[in-house]
Structure formats: structure tokens, C-alpha cells
Design a binder for this molecule. Structure first.
Ligand SMILES: Nc1ncnc2c1ncn2[C@@H]1O[C@H](COP(=O)(O)OP(=O)(O)OP(=O)(O)O)[C@@H](O)[C@H]1O
Ligand SMILES: [Mg+2]
Length: 308
């Protein structure tokens, strides 16, 4: 067994919405990720996946809890030590359009990541490193002087991946990296991420809406609901043997290739009128259908944890 690279314990992130309203976006999550492993995180929109990811990278200060990277509690690091730590922990974003500065060339975008950590070296070395990175993600190094709008969606996401890789990170949070892409190119980007993981020994936290997307790339999957992890298990096990009612609803939302089965399948709707809206107008969760308040994760079989 490899050692945990990331250990998340009792992590909470609340947002103060003003007038005494507190939004508990992440409300006490625990998990660890081993070196070289991919942990998938799934759950519907607004359940706190991105907030959890950002808090784990300390882009947000936590409300409570700890995150250890290789045994070091990152929230205890001074700003300069934290800056150094950021080299090891990077993020790839959902929207390859919004996350790249349209006025920067590819060289500027990737080079900026190098500059922040004083890794650029001379002009010539910087140029060479950018070209290497483009090659690594399957882009033509000759296109380094082009702007983001000159690339397709899939190519832009490759630029985002090259930017994340520029500083030689060990851990990357992939926040829905393929959701915004055409279905036809999603698999290519997933394959690239898997290939890079093998070649560079990367550890991933891979965020997605639905289980079908993370099943193949993840070793284990954590299911989030309203700021908590309700189930965590090896991917195959979670698929074959979902135990929490919410995981079952998520699985029931995956389309079945056989149209007859699909037509007859009973979908469990979380948002139907009988159940009432689970989000209020401002997007804040207002109703907990699964009553998680006093629940905790229990290991029901080896490596399979369920909130009870
Ligand atoms: N900076 C913020 N200030 C206030 N509330 C926020 C902030 N960021 C997120 N939220 C709220 O926290 C909750 C969780 O949001 P988050 O973006 O983490 O969800 P998500 O699971 O990533 O959703 P999606 O699948 O749509 O990306 C939502 O109710 C959201 O409106
Ligand atoms: Mg998100």
C-alpha cells in the first residue's frame, strides 16, 4: 500500500451570506488520497465539490478541519511556505474558455506559472520549457505564440493542463475538466490525464457531476451531498453495490444504453414537487432529504464507507 499523499480531516467551509445567513458549503468531510491514486468526487450542482477542492488547495481558508500534504498541515504554513507548497498542488478548471486570459499568448499563460515560482530561467530556457509542456499535452510547440481563441475547446483544456503541469506538481485537482467539452473529445482529454498520471506519477482528485464520468478514471469515488460525503468506496464496488439512498438516486440518473430499459426505468427525482425544492432561490441548500445531521461514515465492508 502506498502512503496517503493527501489527508482531509473534518474539513468545513462556511460562507457568510450576510444578515446572519451562513451557508455550510462544506460541512465536515474526511478522506485521504494515496500517492498515484485518483479519488473521484461526485454529486449534484451546489453540493460543495468545487468549494471542497478550493479549500483543500487553500485558495479558501477553512472554517474548520485540516488538510495534510505528505504529513504537513497546510493551514499551519506561513504565506511563503504556502507559496512553495502551491508548486505541488495545482488545479485544472472546468471552463477552458474562462480560465485562460484571452490577451495572453500560450507562452505567456504557461510562462506565468513558471515566473510565479521563479522556475523560468533565461528567456531561452523559458521558451524551451513551454515547448516541452505543449508537446507533453499533445499540442504543436510551434503554436506557442498563438492566443486561446485560436484553439478548439479540447486544445484549450490541454493548455490549462500544461499550465498546471508547468511547476511539476504532485497533486492535481481536476474540477470537471471535461464537462464543458464536446462528448466526442471528452475521452481524449480523459486519456491524456490518465497517460500523464502514469508518466509523471500524479495524484488526482477528480470532480464530476455524475458517476459514469468518473467511474473509469477513479480508483475510489466519494459521493457528496449537501457539503458532506455520504458514501466512499472503490469505483467498481460503488457501482455494483451502492448503499446510500442518495448514491442510488445518482446512479438512477445515468442513462442506460438499452432504450427499452431506459424507458421503463424509474428515475428518482430529487427536485420533484413532492420532495420540494432542495435549493432556495439564492442557491443555498434549504432541505436535507437524507437527514445527515447526526450521521457519520461507517465502514460496512473493506474500504466501503456509508453515512449512517
Ligand atoms: N464564494 C462563495 N460565496 C458564497 N457562496 C458560495 C461561494 N462559492 C460557492 N458558494 C455556494 O456554496 C455551495 C457549494 O458550491 P460549489 O460551487 O462548491 O458546488 P459544486 O458542487 O462545485 O457545484 P457545481 O457542480 O455546480 O460546480 C453553493 O450553494 C454555492 O452557491
Ligand atoms: Mg463546481
Amino acid at each position: 500500500m502506498s502512503q496517503p499523499l493527501i489527508e482531509v480531516e473534518g474539513l468545513k467551509k462556511y460562507f457568510n451570506l450576510g444578515r446572519g445567513n451562513i451557508l455550510k458549503a462544506v460541512n465536515g468531510i474526511d478522506f485521504s488520497i494515496n500517492e498515484g491514486e485518483t479519488l473521484g468526487v461526485v454529486g449534484e450542482s451546489g453540493c460543495g465539490k468545487s468549494t471542497a477542492g478550493r479549500t483543500i488547495l487553500r485558495l479558501y481558508e477553512p472554517t474548520a478541519g485540516s488538510v495534510r500534504f505528505n504529513g504537513t498541515d497546510i493551514y499551519k504554513l506561513s504565506p511563503s511556505k504556502m507559496k512553495a507548497m502551491r508548486r505541488d498542488m495545482q488545479m485544472i478548471f472546468q471552463d477552458p474558455y474562462a480560465s485562460l486570459n484571452p490577451r495572453f499568448t500560450v507562452t505567456d499563460i504557461i510562462g506565468e506559472a513558471l515566473d510565479i515560482h521563479n522556475m523560468a530561467g533565461s528567456r531561452k530556457e523559458r521558451k524551451k520549457r513551454v515547448e516541452e509542456l505543449l508537446d507533453l499535452v499533445g499540442l504543436n510547440p510551434d503554436h506557442a505564440t498563438r492566443y486561446p481563441h485560436e484553439f478548439s475547446g479540447g486544445q484549450r483544456q490541454r493548455i490549462g493542463i500544461a499550465r498546471a503541469l508547468a511547476v511539476n506538481p504532485k497533486f492535481i485537482i481536476c474540477d470537471e475538466p471535461i464537462s464543458a467539452l464536446d462528448v466526442s473529445i471528452q475521452a481524449q482529454v480523459v486519456n491524456l490525464l490518465q497517460d500523464l498520471q502514469k508518466r509523471l506519477g500524479l495524484t488526482y482528485l477528480f470532480i464530476a457531476h455524475d458517476l459514469s464520468m468518473v467511474k473509469h478514471i477513479s480508483d475510489r469515488v466519494a459521493v457528496m451531498y449537501m457539503g458532506r460525503v455520504v458514501e466512499l468506496a472503490p469505483s467498481e464496488e460503488l457501482y455494483a453495490n451502492p448503499l446510500h439512498a442518495y448514491t442510488k438516486t445518482l446512479l438512477s440518473a445515468i442513462p442506460v444504453p438499452d432504450p427499452e430499459i431506459e424507458a421503463n426505468k424509474k428515475h428518482i427525482l430529487l427536485n420533484d414537487e413532492a420532495a420540494g425544492p432542495i435549493h432556495s432561490k439564492d442557491g443555498a441548500p434549504s432541505q436535507d432529504l437524507f437527514n445527515l445531521d447526526n450521521s457519520q461514515l461507517v465502514e460496512v465492508s473493506k474500504g466501503h464507507w456509508v453515512a449512517m
